[in-house]
Ligand binder design. Structure first.
Ligand code: IMP
Length: 441
């Protein structure tokens, strides 16, 4: 059976969590393969509304195993909080597994994250401040601490002291901060290790064996392809290694690339971004901005504020240039188009189909940030539908202009749209084909 990757096609927050939640019933393993608790999924189901940052969105179905893979960085305190929140609300986490090779966010990482942002000046990224970027720096710099290290007290003590000596020099001499106390960190992190011990194991073998038995594996991407280190709007990207694009799914969970047969690209019907960096189709003021940011056209509870930081998201028209670029980068085979309901209030809609940069017409990711900043979007305009679509469950019941909008997006992406969400509830979706390619009624 194939492994399926679900990725975000924009700058994150496309609604991957609800797509995973919806399709998780077909899978025996649901795994996160990249990023850390900088990511945030909001899931609304019959138990209520949940904000998840580390635990895969498949946790709500009791018959599958949720894996936090080797490609993820873990803040153990945040993970324990999330596990407690879930169990307090009656969601069992007994089928959660954490890779022994996942790296740990240590106390110096959030400190460095924030101090570094200040030092960067105009190059500040607008990070989530969670320490995720610096944890990946340490992974690549070969001084990271991994989950297995927390389970072996003598080894952890040695490793912590060695790394902390170096980190304290960086904190005090480079950033002018106070040094951290080894004993306090040692006690606290060994305790985290004890509390998480039952979940930590060899997830690589577990996932490979499940794959060998022909079980369905769903790999849940975090953030979006435009935030990816290699393919995104560098340097305004996140630091995840492996990449948040689909190809990273194999590395971040320990499968070969041939295991991945399908890639579901999740795209919002318009564009959003949190943090700094170019966004050619951004709407920076006026009623259209308000309408998109506050979700005025759509179902209740769809305002655009970050799940992790609560920051207002920047909003804009759908960028068809970047969407088609990320569809190709990921090899998208199927699309989930989310938040169509949020466009219901508009009389007219715009889709960017190219940029004008100087005297050039450009139809892919601009070469430099300077080019991306001066890229003028060339828009196609389409009539809006101005009808509530939150109760629609069949494509043919959508207003004609909404159908035309969806078809045009499909053309630009070059992949079939199999799911359209029209509201935040699990049931508020039009699904024409399931994630594994079977046509639905
Ligand atoms: P970092 O991942 O905290 O280092 O932040 C780097 C950039 O990625 C910033 O622009 C963040 O706002 C953005 N970012 C990180 N995680 C997410 C996410 O889950 N959704 C949207 N943006 C994100």
């Amino acid at each position: 059976m194939p492994a399926v990757v679900v990725i975000g096609g924009q700058w994150g927050d496309e609604g991957k969590g609800r797509v995973v939640d919806f399709h998780s019933r077909y899978c025996s393993v649901i795994a996160r393969y990249s990023a850390g608790n900088n990511a945030g999924h909001t899931i609304i189901n019959e138990r209520g509304k949940f904000a998840l940052h580390l635990v895969p969105a498949g946790i709500f179905r009791q018959d599958n195993t949720c894996v936090i893979g080797n490609g993820v960085v873990i803040d153990p305190a945040k993970l324990l909080e999330e596990i407690k929140m879930l169990t307090d609300r009656g969601v069992s986490t007994s089928r959660l597994m954490i890779s022994q090779h996942a790296h740990v966010i240590m106390p110096w990482h959030p400190l460095i994250d924030r101090a570094d942002e200040e030092l960067r000046g105009e190059l500040a990224i607008g990070t989530t401040g969670t320490g995720t970027g610096p944890a990946f720096h340490d992974k690549v710099g070969r001084s990271g601490i991994r989950m297995a290290d927390l389970l072996d007290a003598a080894h952890f003590r040695w490793k912590l002291r060695t790394v902390l000596e170096y980190k304290n020099r960086v904190l005090t001499r480079l950033y002018g901060l106070e040094p951290l106390d080894a004993e306090e960190i040692e006690a606290r992190y060994l305790e985290y290790g004890n509390q998480l011990r039952a979940y930590v194991g060899d997830t690589i073998s577990f996932v490979q064996e499940a794959h060998g038995r022909g079980e369905m594996i769903l790999l849940e991407g975090a953030q979006g392809s435009l935030l990816d280190l290699d393919t995104g709007t560098y340097p305004y990207v996140t630091s995840s290694v492996p990449a948040s694009v689909a190809a990273g799914g194999a590395i971040g969970i320990g499968l070969g690339p041939t295991a991945i047969e399908r890639v579901v690209g999740v795209y919002k019907s318009y564009q959003t971004r949190v943090g700094h960096g170019p966004m050619p189709t951004e709407i920076t003021d006026g009623g259209d901005m308000e309408m998109l940011r506050e979700g005025l056209g759509g179902a209740a509870g769809t305002a655009e504020y970050g799940t992790t930081t609560g920051r207002p998201r920047r909003v804009g028209w759908l960028d068809g240039v970047l969407a088609s670029y990320t569809a190709r980068i990921n090899g998208v085979t199927s699309v989930a188009l989310t938040r169509l309901d949020s466009l219901s209030a508009f009389e007219r809609l715009k889709i960017c189909v190219a940029y004008e940069i100087g005297d050039q017409r450009v139809t892919t990711l601009p070469a430099t940030i300077a080019d991306a900043v001066r890229a003028k979007p060339i828009y196609e305009e389409m009539p809006g539908w101005q009808e509530d679509v939150t109760d629609v469950r069949h494509f043919s019941d959508l207003p004609r202009d909404a159908q035309n909008y969806v078809r045009r997006v499909e053309e630009l992406l070059g992949a079939r749209i199999d799911m359209i969400s029209v509201g935040p509830e699990r049931s508020q979706a039009i699904v024409t084909r399931d994630i594994f390619g079977a046509a639905l009624g």
